[in-house]
Design a binder for this molecule. Structure first.
Ligand code: IPD
Ligand code: CA
Ligand code: CA
Ligand code: CA
Length: 254
C-alpha cells in the first residue's frame, strides 16, 4: 500500500498548490442547480488533474467524481477512486478558506484509503483500513465514545434552516450545533474528537473519504433510516460516535 499512499499525497499537495496560486478575484464561477450551488474553474481543473494522475497510475481503476464527466458511476465493483475536487465550494468562493480536497479508494465497495486535505491549513488527514488515521505525519488516537449530550454536533445548513427530520431537537440535546459548510471539515472535526457527529444530505464524494477514516476510529454511519449508504445519488447522512448515533436515530423523524 505504501507507494500508492505516497503518490496520492503528492497529487493532493500539488493540487493544493494550484488552488493557492489561483487568484480568487479571477475565478470563473458557474451556477449549477441554483444560485447557492456553484462550481468554479478550479473545481474542474483539480478534478481533471486528479483524474489524469489516477488514470496514469492505475489504468484499470474506475473513477467517480463530482463534476462533469465522472459523476454517473452507479456501483463500486472493482477498484474505484472517488474524488471531491473542492469540498466546500461556497466557502472557497466566499471565504477563500474552509474547503478541502477529498479522495478515497474503495475495492469492491470496501473503503481502503481516505484523504481529506484542508488546503489553507496545510493539514492532510489520511489513513485507511488497518493503518490508522493521521494528521500530516502525526498518528491520531481514537476519540472517546461520547454521548449526544456531551459533545458538539455538526450539521448541514439547509437541514438545520428547514428543521428537517426534527434536526433542531437533536441539536438542542447536544452541547451545541456547528455548521461549517464543508463535509470534509465536519469529518475532520469528528476524527479529532472535536465533534461527536454530523447530520447532512450528501453525495458519495462528500462522504467516501470520511467514511474510511471514521470506520477506522469506530464511528457509526448510515442513511437516515439507519441503513447502509448507497454510494449513489444524494442521501441523508448520519455519522456519530456509537453512543450518540443510537440517540440521534431515536430522535430522528423521517
Ligand atoms: C457540499 C459541502 C456542504 C454540504 C453539501 C455538500 P460541495 O459540497 O460539503 O458542506 O452541506 O451537502 O454538497 O458541493 O461544496 O463539494
Ligand atoms: Ca458542489
Ligand atoms: Ca462536497
Ligand atoms: Ca465539490
Amino acid at each position: 500500500m505504501e507507494p500508492i499512499i505516497h503518490e496520492i499525497k503528492s497529487w493532493l499537495l500539488e493540487a493544493g498548490e494550484q488552488i493557492k496560486a489561483s487568484e480568487r478575484q479571477q475565478l470563473t464561477i458557474f451556477e449549477k442547480t441554483n444560485r447557492k450551488d456553484l462550481v468554479t474553474n478550479m473545481d474542474r481543473t483539480v478534478q481533471q488533474f486528479l483524474v489524469q494522475k489516477i488514470a496514469a497510475f492505475d489504468p484499470d481503476a474506475r473513477i467517480l467524481a463530482e463534476e462533469d464527466g465522472y459523476n454517473e458511476l452507479t456501483d463500486l465493483t472493482g477498484r474505484v477512486f472517488i474524488i471531491d475536487p473542492i469540498d466546500g465550494t461556497l466557502n472557497f468562493v466566499m471565504e477563500g478558506e474552509n474547503f478541502c480536497i477529498m479522495l478515497a479508494m474503495y475495492e469492491n465497495g470496501v473503503g481502503q484509503l481516505g484523504f481529506i486535505y484542508d488546503v489553507m491549513q496545510e493539514e492532510l488527514y489520511w489513513g485507511g483500513r488497518g493503518i490508522g488515521v493521521y494528521q500530516n505525519d502525526l498518528q491520531l488516537s481514537q476519540p472517546v465514545n461520547k454521548t449526544l449530550e456531551a459533545g458538539l454536533l455538526g450539521m448541514n445548513g439547509y437541514l438545520f434552516a428547514h428543521n428537517k427530520f426534527n434536526i433542531r431537537t437533536i441539536g438542542e440535546k447536544s452541547m451545541g450545533v456547528r455548521i461549517t459548510g464543508c463535509a470534509g471539515l465536519e469529518m475532520i472535526a469528528m476524527l479529532k474528537g472535536n465533534h461527536i457527529g454530523y447530520l447532512s444530505n450528501l453525495s458519495p464524494w462528500d462522504y467516501a473519504a470520511g467514511c474510511v477514516l471514521l470506520t477506522e476510529f469506530g464511528f457509526f454511519y448510515s442513511n437516515m433510516n439507519g441503513e447502509q449508504l448507497a454510494f449513489h445519488g444524494r442521501e441523508l447522512f448520519v455519522a456519530a460516535t456509537p453512543k450518540a448515533f443510537q440517540q440521534i436515530h431515536s430522535f430522528l423523524e423521517i
